[in-house]
Design a protein around this ligand. Structure first.
Ligand code: PGA
Length: 255
């Protein structure tokens, strides 16, 4: 497998005002100057515009994105946001199917599939999240859950479209719990995800697609995870809220 680039993405969830976001980027930019990783930051909708401007002004190598969107191009959907609107303020990517969306907001793979297709159509790169719950993990259902989520969320997506995406494996039991997956177990899940992609969309796209690990990533465990051959990047929640901690994860990968 030839790894294209290590993609480290921060997911701020519902944290940070525009002012806090600006301060964060100003602090992070000088700290990651030497990094060879590709750095993404999924910020709240309200902070996208300004964060994009600050990144531009500083010439910082950070791509700003969103954490969710609606599947429609536009329309009477009070409170929703469209891919075109996210692109309009400079978003380069969108996280779709995060477990918090699946669990708290009851998003199904069929619905996520519509969003994936819309994002692709409107030229916004999707980061598709998949992952098993603790109960599914303990009852040995991890692989069947991952396969089902991939098939459901990617139905009708072509190999060419898939090649533009990122997949994030995030075991639900590891998100925000401090319980990171053992690198060997994460590697096993990543290799399985890659094999499912290869089977359905071809070896070429499966070999090159970035598969991120997410769930309690910290500076202390990031290096052991990224060393695994099938882990091509990290999706970082809590530890991406501090510029100092996030930069340690990004720069630690250089060592
Ligand atoms: P965490 O979150 O790093 O705080 O566990 C990861 C995520 O939800 O993407």
């Amino acid at each position: 497998m030839s790894r294209t680039s290590t993609v480290i993405a921060g997911n701020w969830k519902m944290y940070k005002t525009t002012c806090e976001a600006k301060t964060f980027v100003e602090s992070l930019a000088p700290l990651i100057k030497k990094s060879q990783a590709t750095v993404y930051l999924a910020v709240p909708f309200t902070a996208i515009d300004q964060t994009v401007q600050v990144v531009k002004e500083l010439g910082a190598p950070i791509t700003i994105g969103a954490q969710n969107m609606n599947d429609a191009a536009e329309g009477a959907f009070t409170g929703e946001i469209a891919a075109r609107m996210l692109k309009d303020v400079g978003a380069g990517f969108v996280i779709l199917g995060h477990s918090e969306r699946r669990q708290i907001f009851n998003e199904t793979s069929a619905f996520i599939n519509k969003k994936v297709k819309r994002a692709l159509k409107d030229s916004l790169q999707p980061i598709l999240c998949i992952g098993e719950t603790l109960a599914q993990h303990e009852s040995g259902e991890t692989e069947s859950v991952l396969k089902g989520q991939l098939q459901g969320s990617l139905e009708g997506v072509t190999s060419e479209e898939l090649s533009k995406m990122i997949i994030a494996y995030e075991p639900v039991w590891a998100i925000g719990t401090g319980k990171v997956a053992h690198p060997d177990d994460a590697e096993k899940a990543h290799a399985f995800v890659r094999s499912v992609l290869a089977e359905a969309w071809g070896k070429e796209v499966a070999d090159h697609i970035v598969i991120q690990y997410g769930g309690s990533v910290k500076p202390e465990n990031a290096v052991d995870l990224i060393r695994q051959p099938n882990i091509d990047g990290l999706l970082v929640g809590g530890a991406s809220l501090s510029a100092d901690t996030f930069s340690k994860i990004i720069n630690g990968l250089l060592a």
